[in-house]
Each structure stands twice: as structure tokens, then as C-alpha cells.
Design a protein around this ligand. Structure first.
Ligand code: UDP
Ligand code: MG
Length: 310
């Protein structure tokens, strides 16, 4: 029996791209060893015609087009989870609909898995052409930092675009946490991974839904989810300021004994008080992030809600 490749495609306001995407994948299909393709589109609460277009596409190709539609925007991570859960294929690919992930890559990906024996073949972009300089700078910084403080490996430039075996998908699905940082989850499960390298390209239509602020929050999410280091930093900061205050108390006592009292130093005292207050609030904030995540996990809310599917 011929094998099936499932392609999971999260879509958020992508009305222009969907047909183009479908055509592009169908062009590659004959080179995929005659395997069947199962498309799992996930409409992540789009405000445009995305859902209508998916319905139309389904009418055109009932056998291979499947779609789920969320009741609102739950985010790409939730959409990926829903799509992976719904997928049935022997191999599962995750792709963006904007054709930044070239479908032709599926061919070497399949080779990597079937001929070379890898469990995952992912993609890594080797440059950030077309991306604002400042954004590249901060993402470099993010990767440097998170690799220092997390046990999970984060390679710079790895995209979500990948082909996995069913075994890997099942492993990823076992992690049913609410705060999903996919880059980390895919890396955390292990297995043998190969990366194909390619250079960045612009999306075919529409525009990216990522703002700078959105990316910043996303990177904090990654750190909080895959490292306890900030908590350690908070307590070390406390320890260091405790030691400094001990030393300065000693200094004040000695000065009183040898040089007599003085009311000098009011300004410096205020600034020290402010400094310590600031450090305390900062550390409380770090604690708060972890407690906030715990709180969300403890509520056990569903990761997504489906309004319509076929
Ligand atoms: N996406 C989604 N939900 C969101 C944001 C994005 O499902 O809340 C989808 C989007 O439709 C696309 C993919 O995730 O297929 C990647 O989004 P985008 O191209 O905006 O990100 P970039 O490629 O710039 O990282
Ligand atoms: Mg994109």
C-alpha cells in the first residue's frame, strides 16, 4: 500500500496564498515517490476569506483536502498542535502557506528520512536577507542567550518547516502543555535530525503577522518555557546585594568608631534604596512570569477550540 504524507498548514488571514500553495505542492507531488498527500489546513481564526477558500478547495479535491477551523485566533503553536493531532499520514510535514517554505524541499526531505534513515529532516535558513537589521541583531542575541541558559539546543535560523516520521509526531503530541514553544518542543524530543540549508525568501502574498513586539514576547516565552536560569539569576542577585549590604554595614560601623558620626551621604543612601527596590521588583517580575505560566497550565484549558471541520 502506498504511504501518505500529511502536510499541516496553519493559516491566519492567508486568502491570497492558499490556492498558490496548493498548486505549488501539487506540482511537486509526482516526485514524491507516488505517495498520497493529505493536506491538513488549520484556519486559525482568520478575519478574511480564508475559510471560504478552504471550503472551495475541499470541494475541488475532497479526497486529500482536510481543514479545521478555530473559533478564534489561538496562535500558530495551537494551530500546529491541532494539525498534528488531526494528521493521519506515515510522514508529517509542517509548512507555512506563504511559500517561504519551498515545497520542492519535500523531495530531499523524503530522501533524508527513507534513504538516509533520519527521523526528522528540518530546514535552516543561512541568511536573513530581506529582514530588518535590528531584527536580525536581536534574534542573534536571543539564540546566543537561550543556548547558554537552556539544556535544549536552539540552532539559529531553524524554521518550523520539517518532515517527521509518525513516531516523532506522536512524541511531540505527548507534550500537551498549554504554553507551546514549538521550536523548543521539536528539539526537546530528540531523535536523529538533519537540516537542509537554504536562503531566505519573501512570502508570496499577504504580509507577516509578526511585529517586533510580538517576536520579543515570543522570545521571552521561549526562555521561560525552556530555562529555569532567570529564577537562579533572581536569587543570585538577591545574594549578591545581601553581601554588598553586609560589607557596607561593616564599613559604616568602623567609620563611626574611628572617625565619629556624620550625616553625609543622604543622596547615596536614597539611590541605594532605589537600586535595591528596583532589583526586588525585577526579581518579583521574573517569579511572576513563571507563576503566570503555572497558573495557565493548572487551569488545563483546551489549547484550541474547533468551530468547523470536515
Ligand atoms: N499563523 C497562524 N496563526 C497566527 C500567526 C500566523 O496560523 O496567529 C500562520 C501563518 O498563516 C503562516 C505561518 O503561521 O502560515 C507563519 O506566519 P508568518 O508567515 O506570518 O511568519 P513568518 O514566516 O514571518 O515567520
Ligand atoms: Mg512566513
Amino acid at each position: 500500500m502506498s504511504k501518505t504524507i500529511s502536510i499541516v498548514i496553519p493559516c491566519f488571514n492567508e486568502q491570497e496564498s492558499i490556492f498558490l500553495f496548493y498548486d505549488a505542492v501539487e506540482k511537486v507531488k509526482p516526485s514524491l515517490r507516488g505517495y498520497d498527500i493529505e493536506y491538513v489546513f488549520v484556519n486559525d481564526g482568520s478575519k478574511d476569506q480564508t475559510l471560504n477558500i478552504l471550503r472551495k478547495l475541499h470541494q475541488k479535491d475532497e479526497k486529500s483536502i482536510h481543514y479545521l477551523s478555530f473559533s478564534r485566533n489561538f496562535g500558530k503553536e495551537a494551530a500546529l498542535y491541532a494539525g498534528l493531532q488531526a494528521s493521519k499520514g506515515d510522514y508529517v510535514a509542517v509548512m507555512d502557506v506563504d511559500l517561504q517554505d519551498p515545497p520542492a524541499q519535500l523531495i530531499p526531505m523524503l530522501e533524508g528520512i527513507e534513504d538516509e534513515g533520519y527521523d526528522i529532516v528540518g530546514t535552516r535558513r543561512m541568511n536573513r536577507k530581506g529582514e530588518p537589521m535590528i531584527r536580525s541583531f536581536f534574534s542573534q542575541l536571543f539564540y546566543k542567550m537561550i543556548n547558554k541558559i537552556s539544556h535544549t539546543q536552539f540552532l539559529n535560523g531553524v524554521r518550523d518547516f520539517r518532515l517527521m516520521t509518525r513516531q516523532v509526531v506522536n512524541a511531540v503530541l505527548q507534550m500537551s502543555e498549554y504554553n507551546r514553544f514549538s521550536k523548543g518542543l521539536f528539539s526537546w524530543v530528540g531523535f536523529d535530525v538533519k537540516y537542509l540549508e537554504y536562503s531566505n525568501r519573501d512570502r508570496i502574498a499577504g504580509k507577516t503577522s509578526w511585529s517586533f513586539w510580538g517576536l520579543f514576547k515570543y522570545s521571552i516565552e521561549g526562555i521561560v518555557n525552556f530555562s529555569e536560569m532567570p529564577l537562579a539569576i533572581a536569587s543570585y542577585t538577591g545574594l549578591v546585594s545581601f553581601i554588598i549590604s553586609l560589607v557596607s554595614i561593616l564599613f559604616i560601623i568602623l567609620r563611626k568608631i574611628f572617625f565619629g558620626g556624620s550625616v553625609n551621604g543622604w543622596a547615596s543612601m536614597i539611590s541605594v534604596i532605589l537600586l535595591i527596590g528596583g532589583i526586588q521588583l525585577f526579581c518579583l517580575g521574573i517569579l511572576g512570569r513563571y507563576i503566570g505560566n503555572l497558573y495557565l497550565e493548572a487551569k488545563r484549558r483546551p489549547i484550541y477550540i474547533i468551530k468547523e471541520k470536515n
